[in-house]
Design a protein around this ligand. Structure first.
Ligand SMILES: Nc1ncnc2c1ncn2[C@@H]1O[C@H](COP(=O)(O)OP(=O)(O)O)[C@@H](O)[C@H]1O
Ligand SMILES: [Mg+2]
Length: 243
């Protein structure tokens, strides 16, 4: 059944500082949509608004999960995860002093996923063999790439239908970025996910995105209906492709 996300006319910020201005975007069933923007333009603020970590002062965020529609604005992060929205935060946010397995189990608090803990754990170790060999290792002692894989695997422990991934490439060597991006596509296909991915790495993000939006100073400046349209956009040429 269909799962999709519709952000409509969101205004949000921190205290009196308004960061997002009339932001609207849509992620359709089974799509991978890229939210592209350089540092400080509001990508994470939008991700946090969707996850209930930042409260929008106006607008609506509707998620359809397996055919049922829900308004997300006003709900807690726990409720939003419970509905079936998984989040891989920027900078991984793992528990460094807990083991790989303990970090994964902490991702499994969604009510609907509790019966699937064993199956999801088995899936995580199958999808990420590097984690299987390190299940007792402390998360903080792993490399950046391994930690990113763990953060993604943790989000999948809640059996999400919609997955938000905030800058998976950040701080990783180019070879690892390619691996992480390819993994997101593979998981999306295997788990039938609908994906919104914030990235400033244009070339990597457009490898797996169906289409995308460009955010500049908290406003959606361009909506590309295909990666070709994005590549040909003047903002992209100027800021991302060095043309
Ligand atoms: N917790 C916060 N308190 C105040 N301002 C913040 C906070 N987090 C981010 N900002 C500001 O919001 C703007 C957008 O940041 P962010 O959403 O993190 O952008 P991006 O993810 O695109 O790098 C920046 O000007 C940043 O300084
Ligand atoms: Mg960010």
């Amino acid at each position: 059944m269909a799962s999709s996300l519709t952000v409509a006319n969101i205004e949000a910020g921190y205290g009196a500082v308004r960061i997002l201005h009339d932001v609207s975007l849509q992620v359709g069933e089974g799509e991978t949509v890229a939210l592209l923007g350089t540092n400080g333009n509001g990508k994470s603020t939008l991700m946090k608004s969707i996850m209930g970590m930042v409260r929008p002062s106006a607008g609506s965020i509707r998620a359809e999960i397996d055919g049922t529609a829900h308004e997300l604005v006003g709900r807690s992060t726990e409720e939003i995860v419970d509905l079936g929205i998984g989040f891989v935060p920027e900078g991984r946010r793992l528990f460094p002093k807990l083991s790989v397995e303990e970090n994964l189990l902490l991702g499994a608090y969604r009510r609907a996923a509790r019966a699937d803990i064993a199956a999801n754990l088995a899936y995580a170790f199958e999808a990420f063999p590097v984690l299987a060999g390190r299940r007792r290792q402390l998360a903080g002692s792993m490399s950046g790439g391994e930690q990113q894989m763990l953060a993604i695997a943790r989000a999948l422990m809640s059996s999400p239908r919609i997955l938000l991934v905030d800058e998976p490439s950040v701080g990783l060597a180019p070879i690892l970025v390619s691996r992480v991006i390819a993994k997101i596509r593979e998981l999306k296909e295997q788990r039938h996910l609908t994906v919104l991915m914030a990235e400033q790495n244009f070339n990597q993000a457009t490898k797996i995105a169906d289409r995308g939006y460009i955010i500049v100073h908290g406003k959606i400046e361009f909506e590309g209906r295909s990666t070709k349209e994005l590549r040909e956009n003047e903002l992209v040429k100027k800021y991302y492709l060095g043309v």
